[in-house]
Design a protein around this ligand. Structure first.
Ligand SMILES: [Ca+2]
Ligand SMILES: [Ca+2]
Length: 161
């Protein structure tokens, strides 16, 4: 995916069998482009979850990425709050954008306040908890309630009584 204007709140997750040149990643050539709160988890060793070139003033913030930002040449950018060692274990379920509640992306210590990104990929309010979560998902109060009461196990007794 090549994005000329912005890349905010998107989700890219490639199957681990995709070990060659990836079909989808974020590639930026721009001026002042904001790349915020994206989740890009690539399956192989491709070094550019987000790659930048021939750009200036890029802001790359609070993303959840398999690799650090890759400067392919002549790119001036500021990277803040990105978690750059992401794996599928950061997700509640591979292929879906939601965070594993045990992931360090939840309230990731490096994330910064971005009032312009006030909701997540679900439309949930951001931030929840101590600080913004890295990536496209913010774990909200409802997420925690679902996990804590065992809803995911199929026991819906207390929901239908
Ligand atoms: Ca949070
Ligand atoms: Ca959410």
């Amino acid at each position: 995916m090549t994005v000329g204007l912005s890349a905010t709140i998107s989700f890219i997750n490639l199957h681990p069998s995709k070990t060659e040149f990836p079909v989808t990643w974020i590639s930026i050539r721009g001026i002042g482009t904001e790349i915020d709160h994206n989740t890009v988890i690539l399956g192989g060793n491709y070094p550019g979850a987000v790659e930048v070139q021939n750009s200036s003033g890029l802001l790359i913030r609070n993303n959840l990425l398999t690799q650090p930002v890759w400067n392919r040449g002549d790119a001036d950018y500021s990277a803040q709050g990105n978690k750059t060692d992401a794996t599928n274990s950061d997700l509640a379920q591979p292929g879906l954008p939601h965070l594993n509640p045990d992931s360090s992306a939840v309230d990731f210590p490096g994330t910064i306040s971005l009032p312009s990104v006030s909701s997540d990929i679900d439309g949930d309010q951001r931030p929840e908890g101590d600080r913004p979560d890295a990536g496209c998902d913010e774990i909200g109060a409802l997420n925690w309630l679902i996990f804590l009461d065992g809803f995911e196990s199929g026991d819906i007794g207390q929901w239908v009584s």
